[in-house]
Design a protein around this ligand. Structure first.
Ligand code: HEM
Length: 558
């Protein structure tokens, strides 16, 4: 098989380990960028004994991303070894379903909830609710002059916001005063029923979900992977054996991950049952009062409906989970999502959406803290269009709302885009020529089934595409600077990927990131704390994030 890749240049790979030592030493993103400079836009790398064909040319990336619909593995075979029913469910979730009707159905269910403008906007109140709860934490740090590690703090905020949008319950990552709540143990959830997040059956669904989801996320970290994962990379042809062993002789990491997935499924089921019960009660109330008195019936239905929006003791009717449950009422039987799929897609929503968004906001604040002139221009734009809370001015009032959840803020848009060019949360796309060999031209044919790695970050830093690529210049994305400051090729900017499998959450993520940044910068500014290690070191795991966190001091705007 190796001979089929002889036309592809690339670094020398050690027996069994391939280029893993170099990747681990330098980090995957940095290693591929270095190789791209050395070997050009098409090369091969050995991930253990598995060959990866890497593309780092925008036109080739565009062609392949649009042509190929499948991704190489389910996460079950990438960073862990889910087995049995958990494996088959995982491989049907939107990120890893291969193609065809399953993919179209899954994609449609996400689009209904987070792409259509009206449903997108219905998530905005939850985002504002979570920001409001986060602000006291910043005020406390500002008052005490204590440093704040942003990536962890923002992870609490985005987990709360994305979690509530996905499941419609309070995720309880933050107390009312903004402080982080201690994590509940996995399997918790049968509490007294007092306090926010308690469902009708007295269970604290939010806290239980949070514990289970956090545990799932930890298990997706390579450092916490079962021993069968490295074995699979070193001896890929024996993968069925490793999967068999993982099922029958699970190690502690494997048991922990399977337990975490089972816990998510069990809490989700309870939540769905609660939702159905509340829905039935609401319908019964509306019908019961409907005879002969239309106005009263409408009022009762509205009151009952309010219970769904009341996150705390209730479940938000605008959530992704609720949308999927509503959506499967109509349509053809074979297109309807099963309970198990609703559960798996909700987890996917959260796993794909929360850390990526937290990292994007963290990196943007880091860049603004190190570029005061950009920050000053951004603050001027926010003051102009949004105003400052409690300060007289030209601003149009509270909140970042408009057609897509935000008023036109061209400089904010440019800052976010430039931040995602320089420090994106995802640095590559992956594709799989599932059914036939892929001809890249020049005699380079990629055999079907090969892992294709589209190195978007190498292109976003390529000096032939972007003049002075290492500089943070939001003007690149404004009409005034666009021509001179790049890019040469439109596909040279792809932090959300491209083609039919482009990030389905891109509008939602942009809405959340913009809303958080607007609401924070209307009130605070951030400077790096001396504890911050410079230059910034990053690491590539499930997302590309800061290796040592981002330490800032917070100041309230006068
Ligand atoms: C700033 C935050 C985010 C970034 C940078 C990001 C980035 C990406 C990237 C690069 C891909 C792969 C695209 C491709 O292969 O062409 C992707 C796919 C995906 N993302 Fe995001 N994402 C973000 C937020 C979100 C959010 C909030 C959600 C929540 C729904 C989400 C859900 C997904 C899903 C489900 C896919 C798979 C889509 C498919 O295969 O059809 N992402 N994302």
């Amino acid at each position: 098989m190796r001979w089929r890749f002889r036309r592809f240049p690339g670094p020398f790979g050690l027996p069994f380990l391939g280029n893993l030592p170099g990747i681990l030493e330098h980090d995957l993103t940095a290693y591929t960028a270095t190789c791209a400079r050395k070997y050009g836009g098409v090369f091969k790398m050995w991930f253990g004994n598995t060959v990866w064909v890497v593309l780092a040319e925008p036109e080739l990336i565009r062609r392949v991303a649009f042509k190929l619909l499948s991704r190489p593995y389910s996460p079950a075979s990438a960073v862990h070894m889910l087995t049995g029913e958990q494996y088959s469910l995982d491989s049907k979730t939107l990120v890893f379903v291969k193609s065809g009707a399953d993919w179209r159905n899954a994609r449609r269910s996400f689009e209904t909830s987070i792409v259509h403008p009206s449903s997108l906007l219905s998530h905005l109140p939850a985002v504002h609710r979570c920001i409001a709860r986060f602000l006291p934490r910043l005020r406390r740090h500002a008052a005490a002059g204590e440093p704040l590690e942003l990536s962890a703090a923002l992870a609490d905020l985005t987990l709360a916001a994305v979690g509530e949008c996905a499941y419609g319950v309070d995720f309880r990552t933050m107390a009312e005063d903004g402080s982080a709540l201690p994590a509940a143990p996995l399997g918790s959830g049968s509490g007294s029923g007092s306090g926010s997040g308690s469902g009708p059956d007295g269970e604290n669904v939010g806290a239980a979900l949070l514990a289970a989801v956090r545990s799932c996320f930890d298990c997706l970290d390579m450092n916490n992977a079962t021993v069968y994962v490295p074995l699979k990379y070193i001896f890929p042809s024996l993968t069925p054996l490793w999967a068999w062993m993982a099922e029958r002789f699970p190690d502690a990491a494997q048991r922990r991950h399977m337990a975490a997935r089972a816990a998510v499924a069990s809490v989700s089921r309870r939540l769905m049952a609660q939702w159905q019960a509340s829905k039935a009660a609401a319908t019964a109330t509306a019908n019961g009062n409907g005879n002969g008195n239309g106005a009263a019936a409408n009022g009762d239905a509205a009151a009952a409906g309010a219970a769904f929006r009341e996150v705390g003791g209730g479940i938000a009717g605008s959530s992704f989970m609720a949308a999927m449950m509503e959506g499967r009422r109509g349509g053809r039987e074979e297109d309807r999502l099963t309970d198990d799929l609703v559960i798996a897609q909700c987890l996917t929503f959260l796993l794909a959406g929360f850390e990526t968004t937290a990292v994007t906001i963290t990196f943007t604040i880091f860049l603004l803290a190190t570029h005061p002139e950009v920050e000053a221009r951004l603050l001027a734009e926010l003051d102009e269009h949004l105003g400052r809370p409690g300060v007289e001015g030209k601003g149009k009032g509270e909140g970042a709302t408009g057609d897509d959840g935000a008023p036109p803020l061209p400089y904010m848009d440019a800052v976010l885009k430039e931040s995602m060019r320089l420090l994106p949360a995802a640095t590559a796309l992956i594709r799989d020529p599932l059914h036939e060999d892929l001809d890249l031209g020049g005699g380079r044919v990629v055999p079907k089934g090969t892992f294709i790695f589209l190195a978007t970050q190498a292109v976003q830093q390529d000096p032939t595409q972007w003049p002075e690529p290492e500089r943070f210049l939001p003007e690149r994305f404004l009409p005034v600077g666009g021509g001179k400051l790049g890019p040469t090729h439109p596909a040279a900017w792809a932090p959300f990927g491209m083609g039919p499998r482009m990030c389905v959450g891109n509008k939602f993520a942009t809405m959340v990131s913009k809303t958080v940044l607007c609401e924070l910068y209307r009130r605070f500014t951030f400077r790096l704390h001396p504890r911050q290690r410079l230059p910034l070191r990053t690491r590539t795991a499930l997302t590309h994030g800061p290796r040592d966190g981002v330490w800032v001091t917070v100041a309230e705007r006068g």
